[in-house]
Design a protein around this ligand. Structure first.
Ligand SMILES: [Zn+2]
Length: 183
């Protein structure tokens, strides 16, 4: 762990409790993403809401768990299923700060999540309209309601800043290594 991760320059968002709309829940997912940053994980967070109540909160744990499947959405889906005692999440809404990847979009289909709300679009890996829209596969037995680009700017800035910091840290490390090698 290095200080660049622990010194996350972004502050948590405190939404008003009076208006529990999509932005409210996305801010909760955003705060999860900040927790990921602080432990050196790509800052992506998710919450699952059922009947106006957050029943699952998670963030990316790929590095810590050494598990490529430990995406925020996957962890949140497992938590939610455990809480309600059912793998079917038809009535639930998943909020995630970045558009779900192929794996997580597939997990949303398999767990029959009712609606997915995401922040930042992902043209390379996003399977809810960014690279491809999984709903276009007409043979699937479930269709997701998709609400894109909620709190988009904040979610996008967070991920971009994280990778910029990582690149800066990597080049600084390389300089130190080169200096050591030359002395
Ligand atoms: Zn994913």
């Amino acid at each position: 762990m290095n200080k660049y991760f622990s010194e996350c320059p972004f502050a948590p968002l405190y939404p008003s409790e009076l208006n529990q709309d999509d932005i409210y829940y996305m801010k909760k997912a955003y705060n999860q993403a900040l927790k990921a940053w602080k432990i050196g994980e790509v800052p992506i967070g998710a919450v699952i809401v059922l009947e106006g109540r957050i029943i699952a909160s998670a963030h990316n744990l790929v590095e810590q768990n050494k598990d490529a499947s430990a995406h925020a959405e996957m962890l949140a889906i497992t938590q939610a299923s455990n809480i309600i005692g059912d793998w079917r999440l038809n009535e639930a809404t998943l909020y995630v700060t970045k558009e779900p990847c192929p794996m997580c979009s597939g997990a949303c289909i398999m767990s029959r999540v009712g609606r997915v709300v995401f922040g930042s679009s992902d043209k390379k890996m996003g399977f809810l309209g960014g690279a491809i829209n999984i709903n276009e596969v007409k043979t699937l037995n479930h269709t997701l309601q998709i609400s894109p680009n909620i709190l988009e700017e904040e979610c996008t800035n967070l991920i971009q800043a994280f990778f910029e910091m990582k690149r800066a840290f990597a080049s600084e490390n390389k300089k130190i290594k080169d200096t050591n090698a030359n002395t």
